[in-house]
Design a protein around this ligand. Structure first.
Ligand SMILES: O=CC(=O)O
Length: 327
């Protein structure tokens, strides 16, 4: 690359709680001229014309029409993760900007986390830990009861890449697997993991001991699980959400948990994130919340960075973009 000008790529910032990891930034700097939002805002008219791609790490920087108008040479937005509900795809397309994501990279870890949430909530791991480390050493594990995962019925809502990986894992736990897809049934995959298709989500909700949400957030899945759906679930059932908070009507979930309509919930996603500290979900004993960490492992985040880099390079070279998100 010596002697050649590196393409300018906008990032939010480096380091801190939300920025691009320092070692990722080093990798990126060998390939791109990185411009942080702060640098861009200080010299908008000059840098705006130079920026050709946005490396959008966990939804940052926020892209709106004002930003798009000031980046006349923007060709591609590489977004980390699978979901693209934080992007206005129509708006980007109207500016001729392509979009990529990293769906395959995140699926294994997200499915692993789904299993971890299912096991942790059913076996009450967080409560158990609190008890084990409490000053009161006179606790009685003999009266400690959870729900069994092995052999139980798992209902997967959304058998996409992540949902399928959850099913593969659940098979090893000898679970009975039900699934519901809004659009298509995949008989081959279904057969491979021994899953049963439920045309109606209601059938799945009524039978499952664990309901795992792995759908994309779209207008059709917005608050897909509300009061009616929660009431269909067994009073012993546990709801696990590894998709997006807005797939669940959170007020209805709080009410269902308070009234023991369902047993428990394990959520990697909520709305907003994080929840306000006085939110009722944070006060309920049968709720386990993780801070949206589906893909948060060293290996996956590293692969995401590589995928995003490849997409930017392909987009700028006019080549087919790996993981291009089409409208
Ligand atoms: O939430 C994470 C993702 O969309 O991959």
């Amino acid at each position: 690359m010596e002697g050649q000008e590196l393409p300018c790529v906008l990032i939010d910032c480096i380091g801190g709680k939300h920025g691009v990891y320092e070692d990722h930034a080093e990798f990126l700097k060998e390939r791109f001229c990185l411009i942080t939002m702060k640098e861009y805002l200080e010299n908008k008219s000059f840098l705006g014309k130079k920026i050709r791609a946005i490396y959008m790490w966990y939804h940052k920087p926020v892209i709106n029409e004002e930003l798009l108008q000031s980046l006349p040479n923007l060709k591609i937005v590489a977004s980390s993760g699978a979901g693209v509900d934080h992007l206005d795809l129509n708006l980007l397309s109207s500016y001729g900007v392509k979009v990529s994501n990293t769906p395959l990279t995140v699926s294994t870890d997200t499915a692993d986390l789904g299993m971890a949430l299912m096991l942790a909530s059913s076996r009450r791991l967080v409560e158990g830990h609190q008890m084990a480390i409490s000053p009161d050493t006179e606790y009685f594990p003999a009266n400690w009861l959870g729900a069994e995962v092995s052999g139980a019925t798992l209902g997967i809502v959304g058998m996409g890449t992540i949902g399928y990986k959850v099913a593969e894992r659940a098979k090893a736990f000898e679970m009975k697997i039900l699934y519901h897809n809004r659009k298509q049934r995949n008989k081959e995959e279904e057969h491979a993991v021994g899953a049963t298709y439920c045309k109606k989500i209601d059938d799945l909700l009524q039978q499952a001991d664990f309901v795992m949400l792995a759908v994309k957030l779209t207008p059709q899945t917005h608050k897909l699980i509300g009061k009616r759906e929660l009431q269909l679930m067994k009073p012993t059932a546990i709801l696990i959400n590894i998709s997006r908070g807005l797939v669940v009507d959170q007020d209805a979930l709080v009410e269902a948990l308070q009234n023991k309509v369902i047993k428990a919930a394990a959520l990697d996603v909520t709305y907003p994130e994080p929840l306000p500290r006085d939110h009722p979900l944070l006060k309920l004993k049968d709720v386990l919340i993780t801070p949206h960490i589906g893909s948060a492992t060293v290996k996956t985040r590293h692969l995401m960075k590589e995928n995003m880099t490849e997409s930017i390079q392909a987009g700028l070279a006019g080549l087919p973009i790996p993981n291009e998100v089409l409208l």
